[in-house]
Design a protein around this ligand. Sequence first.
Ligand SMILES: Cc1ncc(COP(=O)(O)O)c(C=O)c1O
Length: 379
Amino acid sequence: MKFGTKVIHAGLEYDSATGAIMTPIYQTSTYVQTSIGDHKGYEYSRTLNPTRHALEKNIAAIENGKYGACFGSGLAAIDCIIKLLEPGDEVISTDDLYGGSYRMFTTIFAKYGIKFHFVSMNDTLGIEAKINKNTKMIWVESPTNPMMNIIDIEAVSKLAKTSKCMLVVDNTFATPYLQKPLDLGADVVMHSATKYLGGHSDVVVGALVCNDDQIAKEIYRVQNSSGAICGPQDAFLVLRGIKTLHLRVQRHCENGKVVANFLLNHPKVDGVFWPGLDSHPNHEVAKKQMKDFGGMVSFTLKGNRLNDALNVLKRVEIFALAESLGGVESLIGHPATMTHAAIPKIEREKTGVVDSLIRLSVGVEDVEDLISDLQKALN
Ligand SMILES: Cc1ncc(COP(=O)(O)O)c(C=O)c1O
């Protein structure tokens, strides 16, 4: 199946009891056994639930993976994969990543003896410098949040293979419509399905996908043992969202391009961060590993004044001031005080998260309305 067919059909079956075309929401905690151990594959919903199972198969298929596992949030998915490590293990992570991932690494798992190194991944040299016998995992986000840096997943995967460590890619921003990390050599793909996969800002879900039997076994062991699963209604909403993923993301990309070019030519705007721009430092890598460049655009204002940024946030009318991204509606955010507030100022400024940085999740509205909204707010 090609991608547009997979999103609608992969891993899904019509309901055998009723013929319902949509996967039912199996709102049940347990399943009747005819005799001990004699059941239809489902025993208890923490371990497996038919609606979640359908979503897990569907997400695995669209990422070109064999195994999918879904969780109560993106962070719960990250929590699961980091629990595959042991005290003393080391992780090399990109230094420009979602603030919540950084907070989990530094305030939760560091306490249990896992060491995290945060390095720029513009090339593989920074990663190589930190690799040692304890390195067990490389953590990549591409495009990164919020600076839209692009990391060469294939190059990092070669290094991960020679160093015998697991490469995990947070594919939340790109989605499998634009980029398939497993095809590029990653071992595990992680998603905040809350974002583009769900696509309608109505659910919080996370996912992991992999091909390796042993890694999958461990993921399912932690998923069942820690129990951070998503409920069936949430799984249903993500399944429904994924059916239009290709249509939505294509429109996000088209609108993102118009918005990025508008900002590029605006006299009050300083830097524009969107991987589709020729001026983007990793534009060539983006072209190589992505189908298009997405709807996430960040920019800074000339003078880099916090108040100027806050004024733009206050004046927009169509863009809603909110955390999150990837829904059909356009959102605007201020990383320094919102998504990335958990990262110390000195650290965040090193990666470009300065006071005037504004992040847009460009939605699928008519782009002319989005431009006039930004035009008014900036003027
Ligand atoms: C890139 C990225 N990864 C992970 C997460 C965490 O996902 P969730 O909010 O679903 O826990 C987010 C949330 O914003 C994100 O943007």
